[in-house]
Design a protein around this ligand. Sequence first.
Ligand SMILES: C[S@@+](CC[C@H](N)C(=O)[O-])C[C@H]1O[C@@H](n2cnc3c(N)ncnc32)[C@H](O)[C@@H]1O
Length: 186
Amino acid sequence: MRDEASLAGLTPVSTGVVATLQVLTRAIAAKAVVEVGTLMGASGLSFLEAMATDGVLTSIDVEADNQLPARAAFTKAGFSSSRFRLIAGSPIDVMPKLRDGAYDIVFINGDKLEYVEYVASALRLLRHGGLLIINDALWRNLVADPEDESDEAIIIREALEAVSASESYTQALLPVGDGLLVAVKD
Ligand SMILES: C[S@@+](CC[C@H](N)C(=O)[O-])C[C@H]1O[C@@H](n2cnc3c(N)ncnc32)[C@H](O)[C@@H]1O
């Protein structure tokens, strides 16, 4: 049975996702990561641990309070504040203000109802060879169920279709957590 936080989508990424993020971060020697959805800092820590010592994480969350646990976790793990930038604000407003083509990874783990907008911004932010990573791409197996017409499933489908339809990406859907879409910007 899922608790309230889980039902609301307010849970940290799973251990399988943590491991996969670390593998991908190391594989491309990422130094600049944008994350949408800060919360406990589980995914954020994955990036900080796997990046080079001069790598910087930019993590955006609409709720400033939902960044407090992450800030505490990063500090406790020994990361200096120069290694992470926590931005409180709507990702839809903040992402367009970040620098074009300057990021190795954009990781999407925010409000499912905004995934389409996040995907649109990610294409601009990523450098060539950078990775778009979408968490919860199968969202409780509802995305693949044609009979499910929940808002979340419909919007995640649209976001995945936008990636598929784009000639800018080569992608793979990994059976990790609730589904992890990984797409490299060609
Ligand atoms: C799943 S949590 C992020 C987990 C984080 N990446 C981690 O590993 O600890 C999603 C974040 O997106 C933000 N958010 C904004 N709108 C949301 C919504 N409608 N549902 C779920 N999360 C939402 C929340 O503030 C929350 O911090």
